[in-house]
Write a protein that binds this ligand. Structure first.
Ligand code: TYM
Length: 340
């Protein structure tokens, strides 16, 4: 079967609706047709300010949420990035193939570093996309006969990092011989960029949004309903899709359509003349129908930490087997002496 790989940072106590619709829902679906590798990228999470104990807790909660959403450890490989040291090792090699200016053109780095200032910005944040390229390319399908397609399910904001990954794969192949398959971003139609409920022109984001702007997967029903009812709309009352003049309503329509499978036109017709209130109420129920069961399952999984650790250990073992094979080839091709 063709392979997929993706990663998510354990930087909050809960994933949010943007993560779910932009990426995680596709992770679950792709398991039916692909051999999947899904990684909680804890090395990426230390590129910004953090607390060690919070990181440890969040890595476990992240893994539990992925399982609760339907990532199936029998069919797929779910693991923590820090359990597989080859990620950091390949990142070093790829970093030596990346131009300083090239890395400096990454817009996520420019956004984050301009908000923090140069001295608060770590070198790790600068090289972050190179580590991401390593995450992906370690699991590249074996070149030669067989699958040449390699998908990476992500939201719209990861497009540029995926382009860099492709460039580095091609550069390595050109210089050292065919080794990596250049991966393709697998970005969903419609829900690739979910925006902030309070600031509907900005991306819903763990680092930038206020709590009122984010819908957390693990949120309690009461506060969740309130947030949706208070989502910024506009002074009108028509539930119609108009990105330019009605960014808030358009975002809610996109979310609703993605969750309930209706088209945006269907929803416009369903809520014609009924105002924003009923629309938001129904949207809140749709969100709760999806996240309620995930929240309960996550809680259960966290109650049995030993089992969670067993699942992650098995995932690390399977991921290591693939990563070690790729690194053997890489070390040889770049000119390192074998250990014999
Ligand atoms: P991260 O942890 O920020 O986000 C995880 C996934 O959620 C998507 N996403 C969104 N999609 C739609 N609307 C939003 N508002 C929204 N916010 C986040 C992201 O696009 C992502 O798919 N660099 C990656 C993590 C990473 C990775 C990888 C991904 C590390 N290594 C290898 C793929 C492959 C990141 O920061 O995701």
């Amino acid at each position: 079967a063709p392979r997929v790989l993706s990663g998510i940072q354990p930087t909050a106590d809960s994933f949010h609706l943007g993560n779910y619709l932009g990426a995680l829902r596709q992770w679950v679906a792709l398991q039916d047709s692909h051999e999947a590798f899904y990684c909680v990228v804890d090395l990426h999470a230390i590129t910004v300010k953090y607390e060690a104990e919070a990181l440890r807790r969040r890595s476990k909660v992240s893994a539990a949420q992925l399982l609760a959403m339907g990532v199936d450890p029998e069919r797929s490989t779910l693991f923590l990035q820090s359990h597989v040291p080859e990620h950091a090792e390949l990142a070093w090699v790829l970093g030596c193939l990346t131009g300083f200016g090239e890395a400096g053109r990454m817009t996520q780095f420019k956004d984050k570093s301009s908000k923090q200032g140069a001295d608060a910005t770590t070198v790790g944040l600068f090289t972050y996309p190179i580590l991401q390229a390593a995450d992906i390319l370690l699991y590249t399908p074996t070149p030669g006969p067989g699958e040449r397609v390699f998908h990476v399910p992500v939201g719209e904001d990861q497009r540029q990092h995926l382009e860099l990954t492709r460039t580095l794969a091609q550069r390595f192949n050109h210089r050292f011989g065919d080794t990596f398959v250049a991966p393709e971003a697998y970005i969903p139609q419609g829900a690739a960029k979910i925006t902030d409920l309070q600031e509907p022109t900005a991306k819903m984001s763990k680092s930038a949004s206020s709590p009122q702007g984010i819908i957390d997967v693990l949120e309690e029903p009461g506060p969740m309903r309130k947030k949706i009812m208070r989502a910024v709309t506009d002074t009108g009352s028509e539930v119609t899709f108009d990105e330019e003049n009605k960014a808030g309503v358009s975002n809610l329509l996109r979310i609703f359509a993605a969750l309930d499978g209706s088209s945006i036109e269907d929803l416009e017709r369903r809520y014609e003349g009924s105002g924003y209130g009923q629309f938001k109420k129904d949207l809140a129920e749709a969100v709760l129908d999806t996240f309620g069961p995930i929240r309960e399952r996550t809680q259960k999984l966290l109650d049995d930490e030993a089992e969670l650790e067993r699942i992650l250990a098995r995932g690390a073992e399977r991921a290591s087997a693939v990563a070690a094979g790729t690194m053997d080839v890489v070390r040889e091709r770049v000119g390192f002496v074998g250990r014999g």
